[in-house]
Design a protein around this ligand. Sequence first.
Ligand SMILES: *Cc1c(COP(=O)(O)O)cnc(C)c1O
Length: 396
Amino acid sequence: MGEKKTFRIDTEVIHRGYEASLFEGSLVPPIFQTSTYCFANAEQGEKRFAGEESGYIYSRLGNPTVSILEERMAAIEKGEAALAFGSGMAAVSAVLVSLTKAGDHVLCSQGVYGCTFGLLKMLNHKYQITYTFSEMESKEQLLQAIKPETTCIYVETPINPTMKLVDLEMVAAVGKEKGIPVVVDNTFCSPYLQTPLELGCDVVVHSATKYICGHGDVIAGIVVGKRDFLQEVAMTTQKDIGGIISPFDAWLLLRGLKTLPVRMDRHCENAREIYSFLNEHGAVNQVFFPGDSRHPDFPIMKKQMRQAGGLLSFTLHGGVEEAQKFMNRLQLIKIAVSLGDAETLIQHPATMTHSVVPKEEREKMGIQDNLIRLSVGLEAWEDIQEDLDQALSTLI
Ligand SMILES: *Cc1c(COP(=O)(O)O)cnc(C)c1O
């Protein structure tokens, strides 16, 4: 499939990986809702199991609807291949378990997704795999944090919910120098805003639940990277742990993906408007948004992101009580975790996504009791702004 003409991302998200003529001319990929595939004869079954003949065997090992999604995701993330999973965490765990064995070490960016942190803790308790966190602010800092037993560098950028950024090109260069694979959780950006593989990183993981799906109706995950590595994941942690995606969910992701560029442009535009509004509001203390030219990581944003994204966080004057009072006054904006949906979603990290992190640790990560995270949706930004404004006015 290597010689296929490549198009711009706006076109690839609609067409890549699907050939209507192979499916009775159906414009839209069919949902192959089947668990298994009938062999023409016993010998064909033998050949497929031996890998001597290509073709489907059983849907945990491959499914046509899922394959279309995987080819499309590989193309837009600029990778050789992709694998789809039943959740972002199934994707993250398949990669981390593939890259580590007892006694190995994982170096993480400061602040990773809560369940990724939970997974690392579990791997530590059960298999003595260690992990440490680094700000990853410079090459020297990174080199100091690497141990002889480090087998994976794991990065999230922007970091949730403080919106700090990590320079992916710098981390990729260190990974190359040391021969350590660099894994990037690209959930917050989607490939429309950031393509870590083009910056030299080795593996991208996604919670496709978020911007990839975009409609808040699927839990799914994606891994993109080199063909050899993904083949190994497919035959080990994907096949034998088994966190696969359903054909219907793959179909919903294919449907959502078609509008990814259109949606992301709108998310980004709305977020810029809401950032300007919050930045000037008297009831708001501080706003964290990578598109803020005074944000310390603004140069990194310019370098590696095409736009600043649809997420921002801000602090109010006061603590938990004021934050909750404000959130309870909202009428349009929904109080919910997750992100990247058409609906604007708001959550309070200290009592929700990061409530399991002890307060002291939280504050070290920059998560104050008055910090609020907003996933700016696709509504008219004026309506989002008016809702925020009426709820903020109660705090003044
Ligand atoms: C949501 C999320 C995950 C986990 O994905 P699920 O689809 O919920 O399993 C991982 N990383 C990031 C950055 C996320 O936002």
